[in-house]
Design a binder for this molecule. Structure first.
Ligand code: TMP
Ligand code: ASP
Length: 238
């Protein structure tokens, strides 16, 4: 499969066209950004870990019946995926209060919820990805009611699977963000990535943060914790 024109440059990856209009190639970079791109950093090998970890997790989710865009890992940094139209919503599920939820609602970080929450942000960097509710998303033509129902079903299913995957390696899944895309055949599938960039992961015993909050909050050991999560995953699931 040949990499052709650059289709899109994201904060943590580049997306290329291929000679098959139904497929594209992700190339993961070592870059990290936070606070809508205002804070920049990186560590060597981050792109390799995130590429491999996202694919590893997507394969486990597929086994649990979640449809994803994944086709094939091509190299340590590159993956062949189905070309999708990304639905411009960041879909966030939370099991434990943290981050913007704790701030917005004045809830102490670490409070376990009675049941998981679901929220949407409208993907728009200029506006800083504002929160949007289902009625607003439908009003704007971003998604239909049926799409929202499908997206919600996928989000909660991913939550249940991911919680188990991480619990097996001694990690509590605090929250995560996913993106959904529509394939050229019209099916809504899990797209983008799932990695410590897009999840809050706390060690089950110590509550140590094993995710991008180490970069966001300048806690140090940014690369070390990504390596730690990857090591635990590959050791448990080998
Ligand atoms: P938040 O508490 O900052 O709203 O983040 C909720 C979850 O979504 C957390 O796991 C981090 C993830 N996230 C992203 O993947 N990308 C983003 O741009 C933001 C703001 C959060
Ligand atoms: N990925 C987002 C950004 O660069 C924010 C975040 O993950 O905190 O701005």
């Amino acid at each position: 499969m040949k990499k052709l024109d650059l289709l899109y440059v994201g904060k943590a990856k580049k997306v290329y066209k291929t000679d098959d209009p139904k497929l594209c190639i992700f190339e993961y970079k070592d870059d990290a950004t936070a606070f809508n791109g205002q804070k920049k950093g990186s560590f060597e090998g981050k792109g390799i870990i995130n590429n491999q970890m996202a694919n590893f997790i997507f394969k486990l989710l597929e086994k649990d019946g979640v449809k994803t865009h994944l086709v094939e890992e091509l190299s340590p940094r590159e993956t062949l995926v189905k070309r999708v139209d990304i639905i411009p919503l960041e879909v966030i599920v939370r099991n434990v209060a943290a981050g913007s939820f704790s701030k917005r609602y004045g809830v102490e970080e670490g409070r376990e919820f009675v049941s998981p929450t679901l929220e949407f942000s409208y993907k728009n960097d200029e506006l800083g990805d504002p929160l949007i509710n289902d009625y607003q998303a439908i009003a704007l033509g971003v998604a239909t009611r049926e799409d929202i129902e499908k997206i919600s079903e996928i989000a909660f299913k991913v939550n249940e699977s991911l919680k188990k995957i991480f619990l097996n390696i001694g990690i509590k899944l605090v929250d995560f963000k996913i993106e959904l895309g529509r394939t050229l055949d019209g099916e809504i599938v899990l797209a983008d990535e799932i990695s410590p960039d897009t999840c809050r992961l706390w060690d089950k015993e110590t509550n140590k943060k094993l995710d991008k909050d180490r970069f966001r909050l300048d806690l140090g050991e940014f690369g070390d914790v990504y390596n730690e999560v990857w090591k635990r995953l590959t050791e448990f699931y080998k």
